[in-house]
Design a protein around this ligand. Structure first.
Ligand code: S3P
Length: 444
């Protein structure tokens, strides 16, 4: 295990581009594999999660390779044309990879075996199994719908109308990716709008998708099955979820001013930045127009004195991955930050609600944790720090607490930084380039 330590830092400076968007990268590989012809992807995230999806698409018979200029080229199999993989697909740490590929596999009359690492095999898959079974897919899974599992696609898939019981873009996407192979219309109703990359990219690749906004804030997404998907050029924005870490680092370290270029600012991904602005964060958003269908901006972030706020449950689907790092910002703010509607955090790469609360407590912050709520009592910039944090195979917990250490009185140690490679290759190097004191300690 490679432990990492972060220490109080001042005056972060510089202009960086964080790696490509993880959600869009997975989808580009999968849709490229389901399309006919060549898909070219610029700026693909080359993190372990996405590389697992690339390997899985190869196992399904798609050609996937990176050329010398860094562009990824995919020659797909066409809808319903995936080969049966002759090995178990190991999606590593990636819930997105596993769930989206279960949907993509479902539309082919093949048997596919899925597994993952110690974190992924403990995560719930029943939320995907249940709607796919209604479409005619059969599964053999461990108790509680856990990986490893086998997915047996039928000869003919049935289109369904399905209301999501939890706000989950992964479940929505699995159903839509299966729905491309079903004759007729597949409709997913989501009570709260979640990231819409699958819908937008399906359209870009040639499918007909109708989206109706509902009065209650939800949406109904209808896909017309059996489209001709054709290869596309995909430009992957810098990931707003990765940009969140240098953003909060600059906000909490005195004298900082950094620029983050080409960040995706899709409103369904931008909840954190809205909450930070309400807390008094100085984040300038300079729009760059749309890059390949997604709105982009350069962000300029300056050290800021922040205040605690109430974060309503309704915003959770738009910032679901950002709560650990929001909690770090909250620890440096003046007053309490109350975050509601966090039940889904318990089934991420780790139980993030618990890991965040424990980590903050280990760094001297007063917190209150309940089933789906976290209250962080801010210190107006006087965070003691000094904790040793168990990353629990969770990249976002590791990065969030490294960020905390940059503003805290005493150094913070993360027991295992290797997990950061899943989503943010060279996080420490990029942060050090800004002036952050992050060192590697212990065996590499
Ligand atoms: C993702 C959806 C979210 C998010 C994950 C990426 C996606 O998961 O947490 O990191 O790309 O669709 P849920 O759908 O489980 O909320």
């Amino acid at each position: 295990m490679a432990s990492l330590t972060s220490r109080k830092s001042f005056g972060l400076k510089g202009r960086i581009r964080v790696p490509g968007d993880k959600s869009i990268s997975h989808r580009a590989l999968i849709l490229g594999g389901l399309a006919v012809g060549e898909t070219m992807v610029d700026g693909l995230l080359e993190g372990e999660d996405v590389l697992c999806t690339a390997a899985a698409m190869r196992a399904f018979g798609a050609e996937v390779h990176r050329d010398q200029s860094g562009i990824w080229r995919i020659h797909g199999r066409g809808v319903g044309g995936l080969d049966e993989p002759n090995q178990v697909l190991d999606l590593g740490n990636s819930g997105t990879g596993a769930r989206l590929l279960m949907g993509a596999a479902a539309g082919n009359p093949i048997t596919t075996f899925f597994t993952g690492d110690g974190s992924l095999v403990s995560r719930p898959m029943a939320r995907v199994i249940e709607p796919l079974e209604r479409m005619g897919v059969r599964f053999v899974a461990r108790a509680g719908g856990r990986l490893p599992l086998a997915c047996l696609g039928p000869e003919t898939l049935l289109p369904i109308d399905y209301t999501l019981p939890v706000a989950s873009a992964q479940v929505k996407s699995a159903i839509l990716l299966a729905g491309v192979a079903a004759p007729g219309e597949t409709t997913v109703i989501e009570p709260h709008a979640t990231r819409d990359h699958t819908e937008s990219m399906l359209r870009q690749f040639g499918a007909t998708v109708r989206v109706e906004a509902r009065d209650d804030g939800g949406r109904a997404i209808t896909l017309v099955g059996e489209p001709e998907l054709t290869g596309q050029r995909v430009r992957v924005p810098a990931d707003p979820s990765s940009a969140a870490f240098p953003t909060v680092a600059a906000l909490i370290t005195e004298g900082s001013q950094i620029q983050l270029t080409g960040v995706g600012i899709n409103p369904l991904r931008f909840g954190l930045y809205e909450v930070l602005a309400e807390m008094g964060a100085d984040i300038q958003v300079d729009r760059l127009g749309d890059g390949g269908g997604e709105p982009l901006a350069d962000l300029t972030v300056r050290f800021s004195k922040m205040r605690g706020v109430d974060v309503p449950a309704s915003i959770a689907p738009r910032m679901i991955d950002e709560y650990p790092v929001l909690a770090i910002a909250a620890a440096f703010a003046d007053g309490a930050t109350v975050m509601n509607g966090l039940a889904e955090l318990r089934v991420k790469e780790s139980d993030r609600l618990d890991a965040t609360a424990r980590g903050l407590a280990a760094c001297g912050i007063e917190v209150e944790e309940s089933a789906d709520r976290l209250v962080v009592h801010g210190t107006a910039g006087r965070v003691p720090g000094g904790g040793t944090i168990a990353a629990n195979m969770d990249h976002r917990i590791a990065m969030a607490f490294l960020v905390l250490g940059l503003g805290a009185g005493a150094a913070v140690c993360i027991d295992d930084g290797a997990t950061i490679e899943t989503s943010f290759p060279d996080f420490s190097g990029l942060m050090r380039g800004l002036g952050a004191k992050i060192t590697q300690e212990g065996p590499a």
